[in-house]
Ligand binder design. Structure first.
Ligand SMILES: [Zn+2]
Ligand SMILES: [Zn+2]
Length: 434
């Protein structure tokens, strides 16, 4: 008797705690979830590399066309924009990146990827959605479905963007270079999200300002004078010069940048030489450079060139063989939320989902995004980028979770997709309010 009462009380408690969160929007997303789950599983099992998101782009286009969006394809390669006009009003852009990574999936999930793809260098590689962009595309479709169903509650124009090549492929830049805004119109606001393994599944996190660091890629071609490994005095050893440059670069961060200003220089690749007894005539350093401000970004890039040239000079490298320092054109500025817009979006999400839907956002590394390339046009488009947690609280507590880009990366699709659709739809409804 007592046991039954307890069970009943517990059931009532669970039902009421569920009911406290359930809004008509959340209920509609619950009802739509089986459709979105099937789409997520399909996308997860069929990932495609950056700039080769052909099937993903076609599927997204098809989903949007079915809902009545006019889809413009082939913007910056596989990029697309679905446009839904709903009377006069503001124009809102929502972006989802579509690309996956050359990673062999080892999650053991029933919908794990076994796909392989020939990359742009002609090499066949395994492919995996190891960053969660499958969740982003699914969420975009979920938002499209809700916004169509709620068409009488908003006015204006919705631009839904499927972006190629976020993972270092310059997809956002390519869409801008391909005149995205000339072709589909310029938005008044832009939104994007990322699922994040480090936060509890379904929780929303973002700041009123900085979200991600700037990123630049620098290559240093160190040139020396090749000779026999047994007679180094007859040449100039670029492996030694390159090594000195690697160490000297770290002094830029510790000695030239304020200790309370984040800055990072990582030499991720150092290639040079072919055999133990040959001093080669060149070596190559590939470097990622990160910062949280344009000022620090510029200082780092200037300092890297100065350090490379002068370290080589100190080693006796002649002027005509000084290192070539090449800053790649595909760098991105910081991802920084517009403060006013962020506060407005947060208020809309809070009104719909409650304060418990949020966790405090914190920058914990110097990750970067190319979303700012989509909005750092002239004049800039005010934007908000938010994160949606993707790991169950139990896994977070036990530490049994894999980070992004890991072969074991596996988010909890249901809570993260539902929260992503709800948060994004609430933001869109508010920004396109009648
Ligand atoms: Zn990634
Ligand atoms: Zn990502």
């Amino acid at each position: 008797m007592r046991a039954i009462t307890l069970r009943a009380a517990l059931a009532a408690l669970l039902a009421s705690s569920g009911a406290a969160h359930a809004s008509p929007l959340a209920e509609a997303i619950d009802d739509d979830y089986p459709y979105l789950d099937a789409l997520f599983r399909h996308l997860h099992a069929n990932p495609e590399l950056s700039l080769q998101e052909v099937e993903t782009s076609n599927r997204l286009a098809h989903e949007l066309e079915q809902l009545g969006f006019a889809v413009t394809r082939g913007i910056g390669g596989t990029g697309l924009v679905g446009t839904l006009r709903n009377g006069d009003g503001p124009v809102l852009l929502i972006r989802a990146d579509m690309d996956a990574l050359p990673v062999q999936e080892k999650t053991g999930l029933p919908y794990a990827s076994t796909r392989r793809q020939v990359n742009l260098e002609g090499l066949e590689v395994p492919v995996m959605h190891a960053c969660g962009h499958d969740m982003h595309v699914t969420t975009l479709v979920g938002v499209a479905r809700r916004m169509v169903a709620l068409k009488d509650q908003w006015r204006g124009t919705l631009l839904l963007v499927g972006q190629p090549a976020e993972e270092g492929g310059g997809g956002a830049r390519a869409m801008v270079a391909d005149d995205i805004y000339g072709r589909v119109g310029r938005p008044d606001h832009a939104l994007a999200l990322h699922v994040t393994a480090k936060y509890p599944a379904g929780k929303i996190a973002f700041s009123d300002g900085l979200m991600y660091s700037s990123v630049d890629t620098v290559r240093i071609n160190v040139r020396g004078i090749g000779t026999h490994g047994a007679s180094p005095h007859q040449g100039i050893d670029p492996v030694v010069v390159g090594s000195q440059i690697v160490l000297a670069l770290q002094n830029i961060v510790t000695r030239e940048i304020s200790p309370i200003e984040p800055a990072l220089i990582t030499v991720g690749a150092f290639n040079g030489g072919t055999a133990p007894n040959i001093i080669p005539d060149h070596a190559r350093l590939d470097i990622t450079v990160r910062s949280n401000s344009e000022d620090t970004r510029a200082r780092l890039l200037v300092a890297i060139e100065r350090v490379a040239l002068n370290t080589a000079r100190a080693a006796g490298v002649p002027e005509d063989l000084l290192p070539e320092v090449v800053v790649s054109a595909d760098g991105s500025p910081t991802t920084t939320n517009d403060a006013t817009l962020a506060q407005r979006v947060r208020a809309a999400m809070r009104a719909g989902m409650g304060g418990e839907a949020f966790v405090r956002w914190q920058q914990t590394d110097m990750g970067a995004e190319d979303f700012p390339d989509l909005v750092s046009v002239t004049p800039p488009i005010p934007s908000v980028y938010f994160e949606v947690g993707g790991t169950s609280p139990e896994k977070l507590a036990s530490g049994q979770w894999a980070d992004h880009h890991s072969p074991l990366f596996a988010i909890e699709p249901e809570p993260s997709i539902k929260a992503g659709v709800e948060a994004m739809t609430l933001a869109a409804l508010d920004l396109l309010r009648k």
